[in-house]
Design a protein around this ligand. Structure first.
Ligand code: NAD
Ligand code: DAU
Length: 342
């Protein structure tokens, strides 16, 4: 199969490419990626010399370049990961988020339609359902209640992608996954940030009361789900992908401190995220029943492996945290830390 993957130099996209090249000898992959702050070719070092893999350094915001890349690659299928993926950044600066996640997806859909692509998997998020009250879980028919510019951009792009199925019969499938964790995740997201800070004895900034609930999904389990949807999902359908491990943020932080042997005095309760969703909860029943997929990684084991990876790859952390990251970190956290909510 000839596959065009977008955002393959990011956290989940790179895990998907590594997994597919390891498991499918017949696959050929073109990775369309703009290599933003979150795109890192080091994540693909292990496959960079593989003749089945090729990088197309292209920005989704450039419609012409996207069209040309899709035409040249002539893929059987597209798996679309590329996005501005961080909620806090979307609050600080929404424009690039809308431009990439919504307009960029539009450019890709148009290019795919023109090239007659046979399968288009749009990778989305459980955040589109917004906060879900206990004890409910959102299924794929739950209303969209996006809270942040990030989740609104994903909800909008989900609708746009599905409209290409309804209107043009382009075989689009949408996946909506919960919070991923694992190696190579940019240390701006909760788990890698807390691990990296704990390992360096830096403060761990917990937003608000830390009782917000997220469901944790190991990145390789997510990648296997996307493969299952790509190969066995039904066109025009949406599939939730959850890890069946919901935890309050503060419990995750305690687990990281215990596993790294660091003191709880590193915890700082800081100003909350504006519009912070209290609880995400989805059911993946449909995906499990239709494709036979199920998450395999236990959270405790996945967290231990992730911590080990960050311990062994401190140079990677050091490199991605230098440069533009510092600017972001300072603008996001300086005020929050000063307005310590405790
Ligand atoms: P990431 O931020 O680690 O990587 C994003 C990738 O997209 C990078 O390689 C970046 O260079 C590329 N990119 C960004 N803007 C681009 C543009 N304009 N043109 C081309 N490439 C561009 O993201 P991630 O965490 O790997 O998430 C991947 C996808 O999965 C996203 O669509 C996200 O919404 C979705 N998702 C993520 C999670 C999660 O927990 N991380 C959960 C559910 C869904
Ligand atoms: O639910 C899926 C989504 O998960 C994906 O669509 C997004 O791409 C991904 O970034 C993630 O979004 P979240 O906002 O849930 O992830 P984040 O790691 O930023 O935050 C997780 C929780 O931890 C959230 O309740 C906010 C809190 N938090 C986060 C950071 C970075 C803190 O308390 N302190 C922090 O420093």
């Amino acid at each position: 199969m000839k596959l065009l993957v977008t955002g393959g130099a990011g956290f989940i996209g790179s895990a998907f490419i590594r997994l597919l090249l390891a498991e499918d000898s017949a696959v050929q992959i073109v990775n369309l990626d703009a290599l933003t702050y979150a795109g890192n070719l080091e994540n693909l070092e292990s496959v960079s010399a593989d003749s089945r893999y090729k990088l197309a350094h292209v920005d989704l915001r450039n419609a012409e370049a996207v069209s040309q890349t899709v035409e040249e690659a002539a893929p059987d299928a597209i798996v679309h990961f590329a996005a501005e993926s961080h909620v806090d950044r979307s609050i600080l600066s929404p424009k690039p988020v809308i431009d990439t996640n919504f307009v960029g997806t539009f450019h890709l859909l148009e290019a795919a339609k023109k090239a007659g692509v046979k399968r288009f998997v749009h990778v989305s998020t459980d955040e589109v359902y917004g906060s879900i009250d206990e004890p409910n879980e959102a299924d794929e028919s739950a209303p969209l209640r996006a809270s942040s510019p990030y989740s609104a951009s994903k909800a909008g792009s989900d609708m746009l992608a599905l409209s290409y199925w309804t209107t043009y019969k382009m075989p689009v499938l949408v996946t909506r996954a919960s919070n991923n964790y694992g190696p190579y995740q940019f240390p701006e997201k909760l788990i890698p940030l807390m691990i990296a800070n704990a390992l360096e004895d830096k403060p761990l900034p917990v937003y608000g009361d830390g009782m917000q609930i997220r469901d944790w999904l190991y990145v390789d389990d997510h990648c296997r789900a996307i493969r299952a949807v790509l190969e066995r999902g039904k066109a025009g359908e949406i599939y939730n992908v959850g890890g069946s491990k919901d935890l309050p943020n503060i419990d995750v932080v305690h687990k990281i401190l215990a596993a790294t042997g660091k003191t709880e005095s590193l915890i700082r309760y800081v100003q909350d995220r504006p519009g912070h969703d209290r609880r995400y909860a989805i059911t993946s029943e449909k995906l499990m029943t239709e494709t036979g997929w199920a998450p395999q990684m236990e959270f405790e084991q996945g967290l231990a492996e992730t911590i080990r990876w960050y311990q062994e790859n401190s140079a990677w952390v050091e490199r991605v945290r230098s440069g533009a990251y510092r600017q972001y970190y300072e603008s996001n956290y300086a005020e929050r830390m000063a307005a310590d909510s405790d």
